[in-house]
Ligand binder design. Sequence first.
Ligand SMILES: O=C(O)c1cc(=O)[nH]c(=O)n1[C@@H]1O[C@H](COP(=O)(O)O)[C@@H](O)[C@H]1O
Length: 228
Amino acid sequence: MHEPRIIVALDFPDGKSALRLAHQLDPQLCRLKVGKELFTATGPQLIEQLMARGFDVFLDLKFHDIPNTVAKACQAAADLGVWMVNVHALGGRKMLQAARKAITPGTTKLIAVTLLTSMDQDDLADIGLSGQPAQIVNRLARLAYECELDGVVCSALEAAHLRQQLGEHFCLVTPGIRPHDNNADDQRRIMTPQQAIRNGANYLVIGRPITQASDPLVTLQEIFASIS
Ligand SMILES: O=C(O)c1cc(=O)[nH]c(=O)n1[C@@H]1O[C@H](COP(=O)(O)O)[C@@H](O)[C@H]1O
């Protein structure tokens, strides 16, 4: 059995809905992501329940604050025993270094979000960033690499270049995954699961295409088979 490379985003308003979906899924086929909505509603208790069912949990709270605050938050996340946690690379070098110091390498994976996959060129102009999305992603990924983080979140569109630049051990986590014929929703920089893997992604974050499917397990199995 291959290592599960699909991370299902449990973007639900309450623990009951999240557990209902988790009960339909298989820890041999996927890991689970708990984000801001669900964590705010349920707290750490749900994470313990998911881990007790055998799932690795990615706690996606995208910490972005002053270095001391982010370091303490990272430490608290690692204390929960989660598999992965993330911060925003836009928090800068000192914040990333503080986060790195707070989590022992080889325990909880620490990754940095580069540029959200919901953003495109027009959004960059709005926030005063010049250049193409790929350039911003490259710069922020390089910064995360220099600060010795375990990897980054990026879109699969940027993954091939990052893999080439930053080597095989740097972890690339790609949301914005849409199988053919799926609605892009609010995502802008998207790719199919197969393209993402071909481009060198280690893990694919997939939410609505699985959670809103008529049979989430069958959809998960199909995507798993298509990338194995
Ligand atoms: O850090 C993330 O997981 C993340 C970063 C990013 O740039 N884009 C992004 O979509 N995500 C998360 O990935 C998930 C994507 O969900 P779907 O668009 O439903 O597949 C959501 O839970 C987002 O919060």
